[in-house]
Ligand binder design. Structure first.
Ligand code: PEP
Length: 241
């Protein structure tokens, strides 16, 4: 049985006032038949942990545990603040901060060392999709950004086509199924969970989460409000009831 999870990525959104939303989501998470984690801005992690019992994650970490890296946050710092998870290799990090696979791999090792569970994001850009390069890109990103040592306990993969993030566009069911099967065949352990991410919301979650090989969702926009996120938890439960 692979782990089933709905993970929210708040990106650079949320202030103390939004802890009320975390609390609402936490109430639904408590009785959920799947795992639920919210990856919050670092500024909210400690307060969220103090407020609720649910799993909280960060959205990036540095490869070093400490040192002269202004503005960065380390994996032990996330852990110390109360996070149990971290998203790594998100396409917005790869785009905005020019992160390459080797850097992502180093961050994964740092996160494991700190005891964080990693959600490792991979996915093709629109140009790569149009050029039919999706599977080649996924193979290269797995080879380059997933170090040896991944287990179902410390790692999940998120397949996130870059062109589907925040656009309302999604790949076809066949494309998602094919990508997940392709990724699974390249993982060191086929029991690792693979999440789909990219414009998942209440309208399409049931269909996407029911697809073969889809073990959960990584959700951006729809995770910012309990009205749109809690239905995704219920869709996950129904998909594998
Ligand atoms: C994401 O950024 O990981 C994501 C999936 O965003 P959205 O759900 O908004 O497409």
């Amino acid at each position: 049985m692979r782990r089933r999870i709905v993970a929210g990525n708040w990106k650079m959104n949320g202030t103390v006032a939004d802890l009320a939303t975390v609390a609402e989501i936490s109430t639904a998470a408590k009785t959920a038949a799947c795992e639920v984690v919210l990856c919050l801005p670092a500024t909210l992690i400690r307060s969220a942990r103090n407020l609720v019992g649910m799993e909280i994650g960060g959205q990036d970490c540095h490869a070093r545990a400490e040192g002269a890296h202004t503005g960065d946050i380390s994996a032990p710092m996330l852990r110390n603040a109360g996070a149990g998870w971290v998203i790594l290799g998100h396409s917005e990090r790869r785009r905005d901060h020019a992160e390459i696979d080797a850097q992502v791999a180093a961050k994964v090792l740092a996160a494991w060392e700190a005891g964080l569970t990693v959600i490792l994001c991979i996915g093709e850009t629109e140009a790569q999709y149009r050029a039919g390069e999706t599977l080649g890109v996924l193979a290269a990103q797995i080879a380059g950004s997933l170090p040896e040592g991944a287990t179902p306990a410390n790692t999940m993969i998120a397949y996130e086509p870059v062109w589907a993030i925040g656009t309302g566009l999604t790949p076809s069911s066949d494309e998602i199924t094919r990508a997940h099967a392709f990724i699974r065949a390249r993982l060191p352990d086929p029991a690792l969970s693979i999440l789909y991410g990219g414009s998942v919301g209440p309208a399409n979650a049931a269909a996407i989460l029911a697809l073969r090989g889809v073990d959960g969702a990584l959700v951006g926009g729809a995770s910012l409000a309990s009205e749109t996120f809690i239905p995704l938890i219920h869709a996950m439960e129904a998909a594998h009831a």
